[in-house]
Design a protein around this ligand. Structure first.
Ligand SMILES: Nc1ncnc2c1ncn2[C@@H]1O[C@H](COP(=O)(O)OP(=O)(O)OP(=O)(O)O)[C@@H](O)[C@H]1O
Length: 304
């Protein structure tokens, strides 16, 4: 449940390297209790943006606030409200899960009790295991536990499920949903559309350092020119020109007698009346929504 009160504010953020703007005038806010996604192609500036929010990089200009604090000037205070996922190289292989939890809990004045946290993240059986022998999924669970151990109000998860198998990825999603259900705001950087579509309340799509769209997953999908895909096998041949003349038709493909059209809801009605007019039956008629994948490719100008 979001509160519509911004807990993260980014205004006209700029960061350049070697004279090249990698974050170019970014502005957005994240509401308390929200799962906010940042999507974008490689090198788009996602990590640079979240590291400015974490106070790990100093912006060239612009404003960043986390719970009203400046992540650079008030860095110590920000680390008390913001939990960030560690990178793998930041934990020693010989450290056990229990030692890591105790070590990180000691860094905070009011840490969460690590035992229920470990239990919730399914780490209880691994407490005596050394970090170096954990599976990818177990390591990610530990990183989430360590990001949450200081009882943060905001947690930043950057490429959380990269390298995980589908089962571990789904388990991790449930953990993220559970974190949010406890009122923690989640800032999620991801390359996985399914992950963004399932988890995020809103998504900022970043390309070449700029926001190209900011909306709910469904809102982003409905911006694509072809929000609906219609496919069917007609009982008799259909004239391509007649199909192309239908309202809002984008792409038309024909393979082995099966026709696939990209369009909108309006196109579906028009296809059905065209078929009825010609007394043609549509076998195996399928109407599906475009996915966030399609929207992402449209919004970042990438090719399918
Ligand atoms: N410290 C640095 N010095 C020079 N260039 C940098 C530095 N950090 C990032 N960059 C460049 O800034 C651009 C944005 O990098 P960033 O890591 O923010 O992208 P990203 O969107 O997180 O990419 P990815 O999805 O590949 O992780 C890249 O071209 C990168 O090479």
């Amino acid at each position: 449940m979001t509160t519509n009160r911004p807990i993260v504010e980014v205004g006209n953020l700029r960061k350049s390297y070697g004279g090249r703007a990698v974050v170019d005038d970014l502005s957005f806010t994240v509401d308390e209790g929200e799962i906010f996604g940042i999507l974008g192609p490689n090198g788009a500036g996602k990590t640079t943006t979240v590291e400015c929010i974490e106070g790990l990089r100093v912006p060239d200009s612009g404003l960043v606030r986390v719970a009203g604090l400046d992540p650079v000037a008030d860095h110590a205070a920000v680390t008390q409200v913001l939990g960030a996922q560690l990178q793998e190289s930041e934990l020693q292989a010989k450290l056990t899960v229990r030692e890591a939890l105790e070590l990180y809990a000691a860094l905070y004045p009011h840490p969460a009790d690590w035992r229920p946290l470990a239990e919730r993240l399914g780490l209880t059986d691994q407490l005596t295991s050394r970090f170096g022998v954990l599976s990818g999924g177990q390591k990610q669970r530990l990183f989430i536990a360590l990001a949450l151990i200081g009882n943060p109000r905001v947690v930043v998860l950057d490429e959380l499920t990269t390298g995980l198998d589908p089962r571990a990825r789904r388990d991790t999603w449930e953990v993220v949903e559970d974190v949010r259900a406890r009122g923690v705001t989640v800032l999620l950087v991801t390359h996985f559309m399914e992950e963004a579509q399932r988890l995020c309340d809103r998504i900022a799509v970043i390309d070449k350092g700029k926001i190209t769209a900011l909306d709910t997953p469904q809102g982003l999908i409905s911006r694509t020119a072809e929000s609906t895909i219609i496919s069917f096998t007609p009982s008799a041949p259909l004239d391509d020109a007649e199909l192309a003349a239908l309202p809002a038709v984008g792409s038309i493909e024909e393979k082995d007698g099966r026709i696939t059209l990209g369009g909108t809801d309006e196109t579906v009605t028009a296809v059905l009346s065209l078929l009825a007019r010609h007394r043609i039956t549509a076998h195996q008629l399928r109407v599906t929504d475009a996915t966030l994948d399609d929207a992402f490719l449209d919004l970042t100008g990438a090719t399918r």
